[in-house]
Ligand binder design. Sequence first.
Ligand SMILES: Nc1ncnc2c1ncn2[C@@H]1O[C@H](COP(=O)(O)OP(=O)(O)O)[C@@H](O)[C@H]1O
Ligand SMILES: [Mg+2]
Length: 309
Amino acid sequence: MTAILEIEDLRKTYERGFEALKGVTLAARAGEILALLGPNGAGKTTLISTVCGLTVPTGGRARVAGHDILRDYRSARALIGLVPQEIALEPFQKVWDAVRFSRGLFGLPRDDAHLESVLRQLSLWDKRGAQTRELSGGMKRRVMIAKALAHEPRVLFLDEPTAGVDVELRRGMWETVERLKADGVTIILTTHYLEEAEALADRVGVINRGELLLVEETGALMDRMGRKELVIELHEPVAAIPAALAGYDLDLAQDGAALVYCYDRRAERTGITRLLADLQAAGLALRDLSTRQSSLEDIFVGLVQEDAA
Ligand SMILES: Nc1ncnc2c1ncn2[C@@H]1O[C@H](COP(=O)(O)OP(=O)(O)O)[C@@H](O)[C@H]1O
Ligand SMILES: [Mg+2]
């Protein structure tokens, strides 16, 4: 794995002793989309602010393409684009001037061709002459992204890019993020929408109360958690799972009054039809059937609750 971002035991204690980051270790691969999922107050913004040099860490290290964010700040920061949680634009500034100014802040030579391609990619080229106050909320957010890309960063941080955004705009933002990834930009985004992490991210990190609880491939996480259960209530309780049904992944529940069958919700064949036929053949009468689905939501809620206990 080629890590473009390496975070090691990063800590942040705010004044009055509040520990917002309790030793976070994390690496992002070049070209991936990594989603940091966590409830409000988890420490997501603090993590991003620390890596981007807006907040001074109280411990640990972070490197961007090998450049230490403290000792080698300018080189590290030049490789980072940051889109903060809150939209902040000069209302009377034109879109074009806003992105040109952002590039200039990094001391880079003018490159109108690059800025044009950034604006085109974000569907803002037609709006280049508009003052930012004339734009819709979705466009303003895209201007924020354009500004963050003006200096050709390799890592882009998007802090809650779709918080408070309607469903349609959210999907538009996902498409934008996927296009940026296709361009080779590494993207680290924070979100508290599970759906967003599932739809976009190559890997998901779950953060809660200043700790990173896990980082895993989104697919593997979904496989692990995306199982579904069929609860089969029986007319008469059984003492054990009948031998004829030994080939199924069945568990006894409710003191033998129910059987629980686990299956992969994404599998083409769940085996349910055959199981029900075999149950009947084994002489078991059914009282009721119900399904339960475990989702990213379940594991997330489970993890966060476990952590609070
Ligand atoms: N400047 C600050 N001073 C003191 N506490 C802060 C400051 N900024 C954030 N916090 C606290 O740190 C915790 C994490 O905040 P934040 O990183 O913004 O979380 P998130 O982005 O995940 O919602 C919160 O409890 C928040 O109140
Ligand atoms: Mg935040």
